[in-house]
Write a protein that binds this ligand. Structure first.
Ligand SMILES: [Fe+2]
Length: 273
Protein backbone atom coordinates (compact mmCIF):
# COMPACT_ATOMS: atom_id res chain seq x y z
CA UNK A 1 0.00 0.00 0.00
CA UNK A 2 1.35 3.47 -0.96
CA UNK A 3 2.24 5.85 1.91
CA UNK A 4 1.78 9.10 -0.16
CA UNK A 5 -0.84 11.62 1.09
CA UNK A 6 -4.12 11.89 -0.80
CA UNK A 7 -4.42 14.78 -3.31
CA UNK A 8 -5.04 18.10 -1.58
CA UNK A 9 -3.78 16.91 1.80
CA UNK A 10 -0.98 18.89 3.43
CA UNK A 11 2.40 17.21 2.91
CA UNK A 12 4.01 16.31 6.17
CA UNK A 13 7.08 18.51 6.79
CA UNK A 14 10.21 16.57 7.60
CA UNK A 15 11.26 17.11 11.17
CA UNK A 16 13.55 20.14 11.54
CA UNK A 17 12.70 21.65 8.12
CA UNK A 18 11.93 25.42 8.02
CA UNK A 19 8.51 26.62 6.83
CA UNK A 20 8.56 27.74 3.16
CA UNK A 21 7.86 31.38 4.00
CA UNK A 22 11.10 31.60 5.90
CA UNK A 23 13.11 29.55 3.40
CA UNK A 24 12.01 31.92 0.63
CA UNK A 25 13.63 34.95 2.24
CA UNK A 26 15.89 36.05 5.03
CA UNK A 27 14.97 34.61 8.39
CA UNK A 28 13.83 37.48 10.63
CA UNK A 29 16.14 38.14 13.53
CA UNK A 30 13.36 39.19 15.88
CA UNK A 31 9.75 40.32 15.87
CA UNK A 32 9.07 42.84 13.07
CA UNK A 33 7.97 46.33 14.01
CA UNK A 34 5.35 47.10 11.36
CA UNK A 35 4.80 50.60 12.73
CA UNK A 36 8.43 51.33 11.87
CA UNK A 37 8.30 49.72 8.42
CA UNK A 38 5.04 51.33 7.27
CA UNK A 39 5.62 55.03 7.67
CA UNK A 40 2.36 56.97 7.49
CA UNK A 41 2.02 59.61 4.79
CA UNK A 42 2.48 63.00 6.40
CA UNK A 43 -0.90 64.74 6.31
CA UNK A 44 -1.10 67.93 4.27
CA UNK A 45 -0.83 71.03 6.40
CA UNK A 46 -2.94 73.12 4.04
CA UNK A 47 -6.65 72.37 3.58
CA UNK A 48 -5.94 71.07 0.09
CA UNK A 49 -2.76 69.18 -0.87
CA UNK A 50 -1.58 71.58 -3.54
CA UNK A 51 1.73 70.33 -4.91
CA UNK A 52 4.66 72.65 -4.35
CA UNK A 53 5.89 74.12 -7.58
CA UNK A 54 3.23 72.53 -9.77
CA UNK A 55 2.46 74.56 -12.83
CA UNK A 56 0.28 72.34 -15.03
CA UNK A 57 -2.10 74.70 -16.78
CA UNK A 58 -5.52 74.33 -18.33
CA UNK A 59 -3.88 74.92 -21.72
CA UNK A 60 -1.61 71.90 -21.24
CA UNK A 61 -4.58 69.76 -20.24
CA UNK A 62 -6.56 70.98 -23.26
CA UNK A 63 -3.67 70.09 -25.58
CA UNK A 64 -3.62 66.42 -24.51
CA UNK A 65 -4.80 64.14 -27.31
CA UNK A 66 -6.77 61.91 -24.92
CA UNK A 67 -8.62 64.90 -23.46
CA UNK A 68 -9.56 66.17 -26.90
CA UNK A 69 -10.62 62.73 -28.12
CA UNK A 70 -12.72 61.82 -25.09
CA UNK A 71 -14.56 65.16 -24.85
CA UNK A 72 -15.33 64.94 -28.53
CA UNK A 73 -16.62 61.35 -28.18
CA UNK A 74 -18.62 62.22 -25.03
CA UNK A 75 -20.41 64.98 -26.92
CA UNK A 76 -21.05 62.76 -29.93
CA UNK A 77 -22.39 59.84 -27.88
CA UNK A 78 -24.62 62.08 -25.75
CA UNK A 79 -25.97 63.50 -29.00
CA UNK A 80 -26.84 59.96 -30.06
CA UNK A 81 -28.74 59.58 -26.78
CA UNK A 82 -30.65 62.84 -27.31
CA UNK A 83 -28.86 65.03 -24.77
CA UNK A 84 -28.02 68.69 -25.20
CA UNK A 85 -24.50 69.88 -26.08
CA UNK A 86 -21.76 68.60 -23.73
CA UNK A 87 -18.71 69.28 -25.89
CA UNK A 88 -15.91 71.84 -26.06
CA UNK A 89 -18.26 74.80 -25.69
CA UNK A 90 -19.70 73.47 -22.44
CA UNK A 91 -16.30 72.27 -21.14
CA UNK A 92 -14.65 75.61 -21.90
CA UNK A 93 -17.47 77.64 -20.39
CA UNK A 94 -17.59 75.64 -17.16
CA UNK A 95 -13.79 75.94 -16.88
CA UNK A 96 -14.01 79.69 -17.31
CA UNK A 97 -16.87 80.13 -14.82
CA UNK A 98 -15.16 77.91 -12.22
CA UNK A 99 -11.95 79.93 -12.57
CA UNK A 100 -13.76 83.27 -12.30
CA UNK A 101 -15.85 82.24 -9.28
CA UNK A 102 -12.74 81.21 -7.32
CA UNK A 103 -10.71 84.19 -8.52
CA UNK A 104 -13.40 86.67 -7.48
CA UNK A 105 -13.63 85.02 -4.09
CA UNK A 106 -9.86 85.45 -3.64
CA UNK A 107 -8.77 81.84 -3.80
CA UNK A 108 -5.09 81.44 -4.69
CA UNK A 109 -4.08 81.10 -8.32
CA UNK A 110 -3.41 77.39 -8.11
CA UNK A 111 -6.87 76.56 -6.77
CA UNK A 112 -8.39 78.75 -9.49
CA UNK A 113 -6.45 76.79 -12.13
CA UNK A 114 -7.52 73.47 -10.60
CA UNK A 115 -11.12 74.69 -10.68
CA UNK A 116 -10.71 75.47 -14.38
CA UNK A 117 -9.09 72.08 -15.09
CA UNK A 118 -11.84 70.27 -13.16
CA UNK A 119 -14.47 72.25 -15.04
CA UNK A 120 -12.96 71.42 -18.41
CA UNK A 121 -12.74 67.69 -17.72
CA UNK A 122 -15.89 67.13 -15.66
CA UNK A 123 -18.14 65.58 -18.36
CA UNK A 124 -15.51 63.55 -20.19
CA UNK A 125 -16.74 60.26 -18.67
CA UNK A 126 -19.94 60.49 -20.70
CA UNK A 127 -18.23 58.74 -23.60
CA UNK A 128 -18.24 55.56 -21.46
CA UNK A 129 -21.82 55.94 -20.25
CA UNK A 130 -24.18 58.62 -19.01
CA UNK A 131 -24.85 56.69 -15.81
CA UNK A 132 -22.12 57.34 -13.25
CA UNK A 133 -20.21 59.50 -15.74
CA UNK A 134 -18.70 61.50 -12.89
CA UNK A 135 -17.06 58.35 -11.53
CA UNK A 136 -15.85 56.93 -14.84
CA UNK A 137 -14.66 60.40 -15.80
CA UNK A 138 -12.68 60.75 -12.60
CA UNK A 139 -11.06 57.33 -13.07
CA UNK A 140 -10.03 58.11 -16.65
CA UNK A 141 -8.84 61.59 -15.71
CA UNK A 142 -6.37 60.08 -13.26
CA UNK A 143 -4.31 58.55 -16.09
CA UNK A 144 -4.58 61.65 -18.25
CA UNK A 145 -3.31 63.98 -15.53
CA UNK A 146 -0.51 61.62 -14.52
CA UNK A 147 0.50 61.51 -18.18
CA UNK A 148 0.71 65.29 -18.22
CA UNK A 149 2.83 65.21 -15.06
CA UNK A 150 0.46 66.45 -12.36
CA UNK A 151 1.23 65.41 -8.77
CA UNK A 152 -1.02 63.24 -6.62
CA UNK A 153 -2.18 66.07 -4.37
CA UNK A 154 -3.58 68.16 -7.20
CA UNK A 155 -4.98 65.11 -8.99
CA UNK A 156 -6.82 64.34 -5.77
CA UNK A 157 -8.43 67.78 -5.79
CA UNK A 158 -9.50 67.46 -9.44
CA UNK A 159 -10.85 63.91 -9.11
CA UNK A 160 -12.78 64.82 -5.94
CA UNK A 161 -14.30 67.74 -7.82
CA UNK A 162 -15.25 65.69 -10.90
CA UNK A 163 -16.49 62.66 -8.96
CA UNK A 164 -18.92 64.82 -6.99
CA UNK A 165 -20.57 66.94 -9.66
CA UNK A 166 -23.76 64.95 -10.37
CA UNK A 167 -26.83 66.10 -8.48
CA UNK A 168 -27.99 62.57 -7.60
CA UNK A 169 -25.08 62.02 -5.23
CA UNK A 170 -22.67 64.92 -5.61
CA UNK A 171 -21.53 67.12 -2.75
CA UNK A 172 -18.98 69.92 -2.79
CA UNK A 173 -15.83 68.56 -1.18
CA UNK A 174 -13.33 71.26 -2.16
CA UNK A 175 -13.41 74.77 -3.68
CA UNK A 176 -12.63 73.49 -7.20
CA UNK A 177 -15.61 71.14 -7.02
CA UNK A 178 -18.00 73.76 -5.67
CA UNK A 179 -17.01 76.19 -8.44
CA UNK A 180 -17.23 73.48 -11.11
CA UNK A 181 -20.79 72.59 -10.09
CA UNK A 182 -21.87 76.26 -10.08
CA UNK A 183 -20.50 76.63 -13.61
CA UNK A 184 -22.03 73.37 -14.80
CA UNK A 185 -25.51 73.81 -13.38
CA UNK A 186 -25.78 77.40 -14.49
CA UNK A 187 -24.97 76.62 -18.14
CA UNK A 188 -28.52 76.75 -19.41
CA UNK A 189 -28.71 78.35 -22.81
CA UNK A 190 -30.35 77.93 -26.20
CA UNK A 191 -26.98 77.29 -27.85
CA UNK A 192 -26.93 73.89 -26.12
CA UNK A 193 -29.99 72.62 -28.00
CA UNK A 194 -29.06 70.40 -30.93
CA UNK A 195 -32.48 69.95 -32.50
CA UNK A 196 -33.64 72.55 -34.97
CA UNK A 197 -37.28 71.48 -35.13
CA UNK A 198 -39.12 72.84 -32.04
CA UNK A 199 -41.88 70.25 -32.43
CA UNK A 200 -39.34 67.62 -31.43
CA UNK A 201 -38.19 69.43 -28.27
CA UNK A 202 -38.46 67.74 -24.89
CA UNK A 203 -38.69 69.82 -21.70
CA UNK A 204 -34.88 70.13 -21.46
CA UNK A 205 -34.67 71.41 -25.02
CA UNK A 206 -37.58 73.76 -24.44
CA UNK A 207 -36.15 75.29 -21.30
CA UNK A 208 -32.63 75.58 -22.70
CA UNK A 209 -34.02 77.08 -25.91
CA UNK A 210 -36.03 79.62 -23.91
CA UNK A 211 -32.95 80.95 -22.08
CA UNK A 212 -31.59 83.85 -24.10
CA UNK A 213 -29.03 85.00 -21.59
CA UNK A 214 -27.44 83.47 -18.49
CA UNK A 215 -24.81 84.93 -16.23
CA UNK A 216 -23.38 83.91 -12.87
CA UNK A 217 -22.63 87.08 -10.91
CA UNK A 218 -20.24 86.86 -7.96
CA UNK A 219 -20.29 89.68 -5.44
CA UNK A 220 -17.27 89.12 -3.22
CA UNK A 221 -18.23 91.97 -0.86
CA UNK A 222 -21.80 90.82 -0.25
CA UNK A 223 -20.70 87.15 -0.51
CA UNK A 224 -23.51 86.36 -2.96
CA UNK A 225 -23.51 84.27 -6.12
CA UNK A 226 -26.47 85.11 -8.34
CA UNK A 227 -27.66 83.22 -11.40
CA UNK A 228 -29.16 85.82 -13.71
CA UNK A 229 -31.37 84.46 -16.47
CA UNK A 230 -33.31 86.03 -19.27
CA UNK A 231 -36.04 83.60 -20.31
CA UNK A 232 -38.45 83.94 -23.20
CA UNK A 233 -41.60 82.94 -21.32
CA UNK A 234 -43.44 82.43 -24.62
CA UNK A 235 -41.21 79.41 -25.19
CA UNK A 236 -41.01 78.02 -21.66
CA UNK A 237 -42.51 79.17 -18.40
CA UNK A 238 -40.54 79.88 -15.25
CA UNK A 239 -42.32 76.94 -13.61
CA UNK A 240 -41.06 74.64 -16.35
CA UNK A 241 -37.57 75.92 -15.64
CA UNK A 242 -37.92 75.04 -11.96
CA UNK A 243 -39.48 71.69 -12.77
CA UNK A 244 -36.28 70.41 -14.26
CA UNK A 245 -33.72 72.59 -12.49
CA UNK A 246 -34.92 72.52 -8.88
CA UNK A 247 -32.46 69.79 -7.86
CA UNK A 248 -29.68 71.69 -9.61
CA UNK A 249 -30.56 74.88 -7.81
CA UNK A 250 -30.53 73.09 -4.46
CA UNK A 251 -27.07 71.86 -5.35
CA UNK A 252 -25.95 75.37 -6.33
CA UNK A 253 -27.13 76.65 -2.95
CA UNK A 254 -24.99 74.03 -1.19
CA UNK A 255 -22.00 74.92 -3.35
CA UNK A 256 -22.36 78.63 -2.69
CA UNK A 257 -22.55 77.90 1.04
CA UNK A 258 -19.41 75.79 0.76
CA UNK A 259 -17.71 78.89 -0.64
CA UNK A 260 -19.15 80.93 2.22
CA UNK A 261 -21.66 82.69 -0.02
CA UNK A 262 -25.42 82.90 -0.47
CA UNK A 263 -26.99 81.62 -3.70
CA UNK A 264 -29.58 83.77 -5.46
CA UNK A 265 -31.59 83.54 -8.68
CA UNK A 266 -32.80 86.43 -10.76
CA UNK A 267 -35.12 85.63 -13.68
CA UNK A 268 -36.09 88.41 -16.09
CA UNK A 269 -35.09 91.00 -13.48
CA UNK A 270 -37.13 89.47 -10.67
CA UNK A 271 -35.32 88.10 -7.66
CA UNK A 272 -36.79 84.67 -6.97
CA UNK A 273 -34.38 83.60 -4.25
FE1 LIG B 1 -21.61 69.38 -17.38
Amino acid sequence: MSSSAPPGAESPRPAGAEPFSILAGEAPEGPRDLAEEIKPVVPAETPEPIDEGSSITLQEVQAHEGVQTFISLADRYLGELGYTEHGFRHAGLVAKIAYNVLHRLDYDDRMCELGAISGYLHDLGNFVSRTMHSQTGAAITYDLLRDIGMGFGEIGVVLGAIGNHEEQFGQPVNPAGAALILGDKSDVHRSRVRLTDPTLFDIHDRVNHAVEHSFLRVDSEARTITLELTIDTELAGVMEYFEIFLSRMVMCRRDAEFLDCQFKIDINGTKLL
